[in-house]
Design a protein. Structure first.
Length: 250
């Protein structure tokens, strides 16, 4: 079974389109038009075109593209703010808000025509956002699934709580987890494909595959193709094998 996957996007429409172009090149080379494309979340924040990214993904899926877009922690924070500007994601540090430039909610709202969101009262910004963010975008973002299973692959945004069945995982962990997950080397039964933790390049760890190549910090939006538990990074020169950097613990 073949699947394509795309890492964290963070409001970079041009980089996302490059990733999809690489997937289409691979489809042409290997003759497969049916394999799904799974985006592991964080479509919004930090980059300049979050509105354009959401519009692009939403319209392509409406047109029948076999794409899956998962819910990232940044996407969840966006939805929470749109529901209540004084509410906060329970996993977010208490000294931060989604509008803080460090998180990039201000940039997301700027892409919808709501400027300087981090410099103005949250209730005023929220009122403007309700007028400027299309309801279709709000509904689509809020309805994103928090995981997707395909063959031997489990796609999530951040990771999983080791030793907990997928049916008992919490969305807090699926969207936010790092501690207890990144250092775990056990076999999870399926290859877990995720993003969330920014690294220099896509890395295969044997039991998991991290796709977050730091698009939110100047890196690319990466695309991979996965067959069984084998994975390749897609490049202008074709497939580049992703060899696991560590052996799974027995």
């Amino acid at each position: 079974m073949r699947a394509y996957a795309i890492g964290d996007i963070h409001g970079h429409l041009d980089k996302l389109k490059i990733a999809h172009d690489l997937i289409e090149q691979d489809r042409a080379a290997f003759g497969d038009q049916s394999a799904p494309v799974i985006h592991v979340g964080d479509v919004a924040d930090r980059g300049p075109e979050s509105a354009g990214v959401i519009d692009y993904l939403l319209n392509a899926m409406r047109a029948g593209k076999n794409w899956v877009v998962l819910k990232g922690n940044h996407d969840r924070m966006f939805s929470i703010f749109m529901n209540d500007p004084f509410d906060a994601d329970p996993m977010l540090r208490k000294d931060l808000t989604w509008l803080n430039p460090r998180l990039g909610g201000n940039t997301t709202l700027a892409s919808y025509g709501v400027p300087n969101a981090d410099e103005r009262p949250a209730d005023i910004v929220h009122a403007e956002a309700l007028r400027m963010v299309p309801e279709s975008h709000r509904l689509w973002l809020a309805s994103r699934p928090n995981h997707f299973i395909f063959g031997e692959l489990l796609f999530v945004h951040a990771g999983i709580r080791p030793g907990v069945s997928i049916g008992n995982q919490t969305e807090d962990d699926l969207c936010w987890i790092r501690k207890g997950w990144l250092e775990d080397t056990s076999d999870h039964g399926m290859l877990v494909v995720h993003g969330h933790t920014a690294i220099d390049q896509v890395t295969h760890y044997g039991n998991r595959l991290n796709l977050d190549s730091s698009a939110g910090y100047g890196g690319p939006v990466s695309a991979v193709v996965i067959e069984g538990r084998d994975a390749w990074l897609l490049t202008e020169n074709g497939r580049q094998p992703l060899v696991p950097v560590a052996t799974i613990a027995a």
